[in-house]
Design a binder for this molecule. Sequence first.
Ligand code: GLV
Ligand code: MN
Ligand code: MN
Length: 403
Amino acid sequence: MTGVARMLGEIASIGADPRGGYARVGYGPADRELREWFTGHAEARGLDVHRDRNGIVWAWWRPPGASGTAIVTGSHLDSVPGGGAYDGPLGVASALAAVDVLRARGEAPDRPLAIAVFPEEEGSRFGLACLGSRLMAGAVDPDRALALVDREGDTLADALRRDGLEPGAVGPDRAALDDIACFVELHVEQGRGLVDLGQPVAIGAAILGHGRWRVTIDGQGNHAGTTLMSDRRDPMVAAARAVIEIRDLARAIPDARATVGRIEPVPGGTNVIASRVSFWVDARHPDDAVTAMLIASVRDAVATAAAAEGCVATVHEESLSPTVDFDRSLRERLRDALPDAPELGTGAGHDAGVLAERIPTAMLFVRNPTGVSHSPEELVDDADADLGAVALADALGALSRSV
Ligand code: GLV
Ligand code: MN
Ligand code: MN
């Protein structure tokens, strides 16, 4: 037993979503409580904890004699709305457990080892996924990030200030990046690859290119009872047509995925024809050129659906992350350390993908018997969580000697 399941049990009641699963919003109260839980565990292990200017929490193990740039592991503690218990927290708890495993073996790393906890990985509050790692890597302009607005109308700058961070200090952190030899993120698998292979742990091969687009359709707000069906300019009807069309466009392209998981009518009343509807498209494909073609078709489809209802549509790109192939030589070293682990790609985005632009990164995936993620049904068996933490310890120990 590595203690991963026990640690996750300690946070099982934090940030529960009343509709099921978790709603652990970035920079919010549950996020703070989870950070305190992590800090408690890290300090109990004698790790040196600090929160940097981008809100990333670091816990450092600097064994005597360790030198050079650091081996970093970790993940995130925020969740999507209605999220599962493992997406993010599994990587954080496994990182703590991996330190325990190395110590129990008397195997201190030859390099400093750090656990990093990244804020707002899901982008569920401010719409931009991997916000902490993007700020650190210089992958988002700080002024653009600080102006992002959540559903309550608070800017990121407001949220940071309330959470004890100085908005003016966020931004690229070259010194921190220069201090890292590599980053290895352990994560629950968000599909059935390992179930099908009958294996508990995989090495990450690649992250599918992905992006988010906000579609806004403007029509005429009006009375549900007094407006004849022939007199309406109803953006909800246009949005409904567009959503089906987007699904059909993605279905026609091998390996493409497109999802509309969030839709907001304004003002949103049962007896009110909406004046505006916004919805968000999440689109993914291994070939970034194909994603661009898909989005061009989405723009056409949305414009046509809007025009058919006498409405007007605009499409705004909120983020676009190209396909990432994880660092070749790091993967080779992981293959040496974990010879039984297969390699698997993922359709999910991760901080390891954002940081790959700046430093060598890699991932480990742990089997998910349901294959379901971003849902309360996400699952990792306790025995597999242990195998994952041991695999992470094996990987970190080996990397500290070979990177
Ligand atoms: C994050 O989990 C994403 O892939 O959206
Ligand atoms: Mn996720
Ligand atoms: Mn995640």
